[in-house]
Design a protein around this ligand. Structure first.
Ligand SMILES: *Cc1c(COP(=O)(O)O)cnc(C)c1O
Length: 729
């Protein structure tokens, strides 16, 4: 992507906490001043995971690459620049959609100049890496990473004391309410705006230091560690209870705290006790009545914006109350007894209930999800609105597509303003643009398929040299027989392997599927990727099911259908897949996919979606224009929340898929060229990219944040909002 050229000495800032590359001193001072101003006109964004790998997007890296033209480093570059060009690309602190959304959101905040600081955890062992074995299915391993080596990730030091790391102390409590101190080293990562004139700091707490007790250090190692219930509960508390202390340490004054899902919600216990302290004095713990606590919770809630991300039970933290003896102060447990009540199971604390009670506004992540959330939490119905998710267009549009978009004067300015893509409708009949777009798509497909073929070839060799039996049937065949062709219609499917996402849905009736393909002699590729959480056995079963289907699918279709699984899904694989496939497939059980975001990434690459009417697709589907729909789309009711296989509508939805498939393939294999297919891709771009991006989403959040913004920022936000209202009934 093109970035404006700037001399590098103007993109270094010195602060009391360290020296940062990528922004000017003026920019740093201006942003930091806003974040620490007494009026509190900023937001603290709290998320368990943040996904923002540099190999898919980083404005500074692009700038440096343009300046250095290849590997040669001119002598006048600052020392950090070398690290920027050659350091590791990945920060393995995300597991899936929630983390990617957080990263994309923070990048859009930075692009749109919104004063936000994020707080999250630094996991020394990251999230797990995935190998897949033909017989064993998913194999979990840990790819070490060194935070010290990652460019743009800075360990902060104490002001005026560069030799001493900046730390914060977070109190846990033993059975007798005696404090046990956990200490976190404070790291800072920056999401830098595309104009290089703004940034959003991500403050990452690293509890794996000698000053913290061993059990704390251990619970901080792995994102979503599930070695025990206690470890899970501790990890949530490391995030939530760290928020106020780190804000105080850095002087961040945000009046609003945005909870990206409820993981960090225990921070409200801190807010509530600060209020009570102010009202009742030092012995507030003895003096506070239940009514005082409830009133303080009401006041604390005025500072909290809460986004709920899923109707699926596993996404909501409920921990045994007994665990909190020995973790949490008895006064905090008293607050939890009042506010974190679980209606069904009295012996647990329900943290979704707590988040639902203590906020000034709650939002779901799509319109359909708003209805589901209201049905799940009827007592908070009034407060639940919809802000449909988006994705960061600068991150997800491929280089080839970006070049094609740059070639059309109608699309000028799309980097700053994704609503420009509305103009793509005018390009529908523009021969030159259609050519450029089709060429770019072909190049993206070739890149993806070349990658898959290279992987299969490599696996063929690994068979002999390692103990892993490669996961793909095709790498057991002769190379010539098993290569994929980039001109063959290719479905992409990649996301976390959770049962409700039904990765195996379209293979429910192989006979039926094979008949369709063989009848018309339609070749087809299915490219799959995704990890299942190490504790999610049914999810791992789905990966194994995909692996196990490959041979039969190939045999029954005489090699017309080829199903490949790419191990170790991450952002780079995602970007390659959403741009390079011909249609993006999503087959969740409605209404369990609250939003889904990978389909939006496909849309901005001009790739049509083929999806169940769930999550964002209910809003993004336009008949005959943006892609295809299939499956059950009746009214949502509580019975439909079941994740039991028998109640997951496999038959019904798969049959509907088979009824839709011939139309998709006929359109794609049209002679002499797939005109209508290209139209759908372009219409998906034109109708959906202007809406389902994080700039528009940020603009809707800003309304909930109650900030006084500079006039030009406010105007830009209003313009994005004028395009779309997620919350219409
Ligand atoms: C976009 C993305 C996701 C989310 O995909 P959904 O279809 O919304 O579940 C998960 N993982 C990675 C690596 C992604 O890039």
């Amino acid at each position: 992507m093109k970035t404006e050229q700037k001399p590098l000495n103007s993109v270094t800032a010195i602060s009391p906490y360290g020296t940062f590359l990528g922004i000017s001193q003026t920019c740093f001072d201006r942003v930091w001043q806003t974040l620490t101003a007494p009026q509190g006109q900023s937001v603290t964004y709290v998320s368990m995971e943040i996904g923002a790998d540099r190999d898919v997007y980083h404005p500074i890296k692009n700038l440096l690459q343009a300046m250095t033209k290849g590997d040669e480093i001119p002598p006048d570059l600052p020392p950090l620049a070398d690290k920027f060009l050659h350091g590791p690309e990945k920060i393995p602190t995300y597991s899936g959609g929630l983390g990617i959304l957080a990263g994309d959101t923070l990048k859009s905040f930075a692009d749109c100049r919104l004063p936000v600081a994020a707080v999250s955890l630094l996991y020394r062992h990251g999230y797990f890496s995935q190998m897949v074995d033909m017989n064993l299915g998913q194999v979990v391993w840990s790819r070490g990473w060194e935070p010290e080596e990652v460019p743009g990730l800075y360990p902060l030091h104490q002001p005026g004391n560069p030799d001493q790391p900046l730390t914060v102390t977070v109190d846990f409590y033993d059975q007798h309410d005696q404090p046990i101190q956990a200490v976190a080293q404070v790291w800072l990562k920056m999401e830098i705006g595309s104009g290089l004139d703004f940034f959003v700091p991500e403050i990452l707490l690293d509890y794996d230091i000698p000053a913290s007790p061993e059990w704390i250090r251990k619970s901080s190692h792995r994102l979503y560690d599930s070695s025990s219930e206690a470890s899970k509960a501790i990890q949530r508390r490391l995030l939530g209870a760290g928020v106020l202390p780190v804000m105080r340490t850095l002087g961040l004054t945000a009046n609003t705290i945005h909870l990206n899902e409820q993981h960090g919600v225990v921070l409200v216990l801190g807010l509530i006790s600060e209020i009570l302290h102010r009202q009742l004095g030092d012995d507030f713990r003895q003096r506070a009545t239940d009514r005082d606590i409830l009133a303080a919770a009401e006041e604390a809630g005025r500072h909290v914006v809460y986004t709920i991300h899923t109707p699926v039970k596993a996404g909501h933290d409920r921990f045994p109350r007994a665990l909190y003896h020995g973790l949490e102060h008895s006064f905090f447990r008293r607050i939890l007894q009042l506010l974190a009540v679980d209606e069904q199971t009295p012996e647990v604390y329900n943290f979704t209930a707590l988040a639902m009670r203590v906020n000034r506004t709650t939002n779901s992540v799509s319109r359909l999800h708003r209805e589901v959330t209201r049905a799940q939490f009827p007592q908070f119905k009034e407060r639940i609105s919809a802000i449909t998710n988006g994705v960061h267009h600068l991150t997800w549009i491929s280089e080839n597509k970006a070049e094609a978009y740059d070639s059309a004067p109608e699309l000028t300015g799309w980097r700053q303003d994704p609503s420009v893509f509305r103009q793509a409708i005018q390009l529908l009949h523009n021969k030159k643009f259609r050519h450029a777009f089709a060429d770019a798509w072909r190049a993206d497909s070739k890149y993806l398929i070349d990658h898959v073929n290279a992987m299969l070839a490599e696996h063929r060799h690994q068979r002999i040299s390692t103990w892993i039996d490669p996961p793909n049937y095709l790498s057991y065949l002769d190379e010539k027989e098993s290569r994929l062709d980039h001109r063959t219609f290719t479905f992409g499917f990649a996301r976390r392997f959770s049962t409700y996402k039904r990765a195996d849905l379209v293979f429910e009736d192989l006979d039926h599927l094979a008949r369709i393909l063989v009848d018309q002699q339609w070749p087809i590729n299915f490219i799959y990727a995704g990890k299942a959480h190490p504790a999610d056995k049914p999810g791992q079963g789905l990966i194994k099911a995909i692996i196990d289907i490959q041979e039969e699918l190939y045999q029954r279709t005489d090699g017309l259908a080829r199903l490949v699984f790419i191990p170790d899904y991450d952002m780079a694989v995602a970007k390659m897949m959403v741009a390079g496939c011909h249609a993006w497939l999503n087959s969740p059980k409605r209404p369990l996919e609250a939003s889904g975001t990978s389909g939006m990434k496909a849309a901005m690459n001009g790739v049509p979606n083929v999806s169940i009417m769930d999550g964002w697709w209910v809003e993004g589907y336009h008949e005959g224009q943006t892609g295809w729909k299939f499956g059950f789309e009746g009214p949502v009711n509580p019975d439909l929340l079941s994740e039991q296989r028998a109640e997951m509508l496999y038959r019904e939805d798969a049959t509907s898929f088979y009824e839709t498939l011939p139309d998709i393939l006929t359109t794609f294999y049209q002679e002499p060229e797939p005109k209508e297919f290209l139209d759908r891709g372009l219409m998906n771009l034109a109708l959906n990219c202007p809406i389902f991006n994080t700039h528009r989403m940020a603009a809707e959040y800003v309304e909930r944040y109650q900030l006084d913004l500079p006039k030009d920022t406010e105007e830009q936000m209003a313009k994005f909002r004028a395009l779309y209202r997620s919350d219409i009934e």
